[in-house]
Design a binder for this molecule. Structure first.
Ligand SMILES: [Zn+2]
Length: 248
């Protein structure tokens, strides 16, 4: 009863040279926001059973609060609060901020195609029935990717069956899609904030009460839809990746 969680983030950022301040890259900043999203999921946990608490959720949900939290790293009110010149304290020039934002969508078409191919390949292997004969991995892979329109010369298959360990191990079997799925949810969730006044205390409290505090105590898709007011959709993710059709 009333057991408070102890949550900490441990990061491995580069040490500054002696006498110099620690300045971290934007990638590391984003990682920090990501891990802090996991931390909030644990700190706000308010459930009866530890086994259903905080981050003890399904794989295709657990990265949602953390990836969602990354959005705040570049959110103007938050960004302007920390992205200051280390000597003068001046905010980062708007031009440079715009560049950082543009760089976020660099090469996303290529990267997302690699991950979609990996997720489909994983799924195709796991959809083989137990009665299927032994497969020749290269031949199986080729037809699996052809069938899902992912055998693309300009985006060579990055994760091949012979070394793609997430197909078989580490509790991932048939779960590689979780990366894309949680990305879809986190972008969709951020859109809700954008549509409802952004970073406000009321919005944060509502998210905490309806999602972050609840761990794995109810059907996660239902929990999400109740908070969001509808099922998640892929459009916000396409927009964030810079892949939405022009004008949308
Ligand atoms: Zn994570």
């Amino acid at each position: 009863m009333g057991t408070l969680p102890i949550v900490y983030n441990v990061a491995n950022f580069q040490k500054p040279a002696p006498g110099n301040p620690a300045l971290i890259s934007f990638t590391d900043v984003t990682t920090m926001f990501h891990e802090f999203g996991h931390a909030l999921h644990g700190m706000f946990a308010n459930t009866e059973y530890p086994s259903l608490s905080g981050t003890s959720t399904a794989r295709d949900f657990v990265e949602f609060p953390s990836q969602f939290n990354e959005h705040w790293a570049i959110y103007p009110a938050v960004f302007n609060n920390y992205a200051k010149h280390y000597k003068t304290g001046a905010p980062m020039p708007a031009e440079l901020v715009a560049k950082v934002k543009r760089a976020e969508t660099f090469n996303e078409g290529y990267k997302v195609t690699e991950v979609v191919a990996a997720a489909e390949l994983d799924m195709q292997w796991h959809m083989l029935p137990a009665s299927a004969p032994l497969q020749q991995p290269d031949a199986f892979e080729k037809q699996a990717l052809e069938k899902t329109h992912l055998l693309i010369a300009t985006v060579p298959t990055r994760y091949r069956s012979s070394y793609f360990s997430h197909i078989w191990g580490g509790d991932y079997a048939a779960g590689y899609y979780a990366y894309l799925w949680t990305q879809m949810i986190d972008d969709d969730a951020f859109q809700w904030f954008e549509e409802n006044g952004g970073l406000t205390r009321a919005n944060g409290d509502r998210f905490r009460r309806m999602v972050l505090s609840r761990g794995n105590t109810e059907d996660l898709a239902k929990m999400y839809a109740t908070w969001r007011g509808k099922e998640p959709s892929v459009e916000p993710m396409m927009k964030d990746l810079g892949l939405a059709p022009a004008g949308r």
